[in-house]
Write a protein that binds this ligand. Structure first.
Ligand code: RFL
Ligand code: PHB
Length: 393
């Protein structure tokens, strides 16, 4: 078995793990990233698209924002559509001039992987962590299986950035962990299509047949979602059925049809909210989806993950370089306050925009909430601020 010693082992090369690696490298803290998938797989995984104002600035400060600034689409508003009418939320006007940047998560991942490999830092793909232990000992131990066989790493700290179904959150003793969870009675069917976006801004739409979201990635690529029942299968959705349903749900008099094109990626995602408390046990610190999941309606998952590692990198730096425990001791509480705010916002957006065929009272409440969101200055201001920059508030 090959043995390695480093200061921080990072489990997972998603946005959280990769940005943490970059921040620690900049502070001169030795670290190794272990990722169970191949480089090609993580760079092609299509997921999030909206980067908050403060998080975009932070990516730039971390030296990872150059291509995002050049290629990302800067948006000043979003549209909320219901009962076949459109309502614009003027994000920048309502949120002190702030904007969102539409830039694919896999582009953020590609940029961070390139930075790391160019710096010659350790990033082991196709290396799956099987065990994390020694959390209250002098050194933590991480066992992994890689392309060249078994590995044992010893380290001061383990950053569990391996997503919801990884090994890190299962390594916290069950006696100290509390898990809060909600599963929603719908999923999202998402597509990426070679079609120029029909609109300049994102459209969140509630239609009696279900939710729809119009988003984009570039002047030639559209990203669209349909709310579907959790039991629905991808093979029941032909291209024609997807486009017809998007047309029906999104249609207004001003926008009767949407641009179509070849569908290059498709998937169905279940909608869940999860919070794991605490986010630290001894030498193990959870960050990103490993610690919490939000339904994608608020566009918060990746932003939360990046905001966690902003806190974590500072805490690790204070501890490792100045032997100061204070930030590390506060890590979980500091993050969880923001995490619960994001859970609340994502839950609010989800519950407002997904009609239910089971409960007409709920549908009435949703309509009232939507009308308030677009007609009350106070309500639209809260929505705009949370949407644009929740993680810096
Ligand atoms: P990731 O990206 O899941 O990365 C975890 C990595 O860990 C690896 N791994 C392991 N590696 C080694 N050993 C093991 N035992 C391992 N187990 C797992 C995995 O292979 C993976 O590479 O977690 P991270 O870094 O915390 O990032 C979180 C984000 O990916 C996630 O929150 C967002 O994608 C959520 N999300 C959105 N977030 C936004 O901020 N804005 C959005 O617009 C947005 N839209 C979305 C979304 C997520 C979606 N899906 C598909 C879930 C839209 C969708 C449809
Ligand atoms: C996306 O562009 O993929 C996207 C945008 C907004 C969301 C979720 C996903 O709320």
């Amino acid at each position: 078995m090959k043995e390695i010693h480093t200061q921080v082992v990072i489990v997972g090369a998603g946005p959280a793990g990769l940005l943490l690696g970059q921040l620690l490298n900049r502070d001169g803290i030795d670290n190794v990233i272990l990722e169970r998938r191949s480089r090609e797989y993580v760079e092609k995984r299509v997921r999030a698209g909206v980067i908050e104002f403060g998080i975009a600035n932070f990516l730039e400060e971390a030296g990872a924002g150059a291509r995002m600034r050049y290629e990302g689409l800067v948006h000043h508003g979003v549209e909320i559509r219901f009962e076949r009418s459109s309502h614009r939320i003027a994000l920048s006007d309502l949120a002190s001039g702030k904007t969102i940047t539409v830039y694919g998560q896999q582009e953020v991942v590609k940029d961070l992987v390139a930075l790391r490999l160019n710096a010659g830092a350790e990033l082991l793909f196709e290396t799956e962590v099987k065990f994390i232990g020694g959390l209250t000992d002098d050194l933590a131990v991480v066992d992994a299986e890689g392309l060249d066989g078994s590995l044992r790493l010893t380290c001061d700290y383990v950053a569990g950035c391996d997503g919801s179904f990884g090994v890190a959150n299962r390594s916290l003793p069950s006696s100290v962990v509390r898990r809060y969870e909600r599963t929603y009675p719908f999923s999202w069917l998402g597509i990426l299509a070679e079609a120029p976006p029909t609109t300049d801004e994102l459209i969140y739409c509630r239609h009696e047949r279900g939710f729809a979201l119009y988003s984009m990635r570039s002047p030639t690529l559209s990203r669209l979602y349909l709310g579907v029942r959790p039991e629905e299968k991808l093979d029941e959705w032909s291209d024609d059925r997807i486009w017809d349903e998007l047309d029906v749900r999104l249609a207004t008099e001003e926008m009767p049809e949407i641009n179509q094109g070849r569908i290059v990626e498709r998937g169905i995602t279940a909608m869940r909210s999860v919070v794991i408390e605490p986010m630290r046990f001894g030498r193990l610190l959870l960050a990103g989806d490993a610690a919490h999941i939000v339904p994608p309606t608020g566009a918060k998952g990746m932003n939360l993950a990046l905001a966690d590692v902003r806190v974590l990198s500072r805490a690790l730096c204070e501890k490792i370089q100045h032997d100061d425990d204070a930030l590390l001791d506060d890590y979980s509480a500091t993050c969880l306050e923001r995490v619960w705010r994001a859970e609340e916002f994502s839950n609010y957006m989800t519950q407002m925009l997904h009609p239910t065929h089971l409960d007409d009272f709920e549908n009435g409440v949703q309509s009232a909430r939507l009308r308030q969101a677009v007609t009350s200055l106070e309500a639209s201001t809260v929505l705009a601020r949370n949407y644009v920059d929740l993680n810096s508030l």
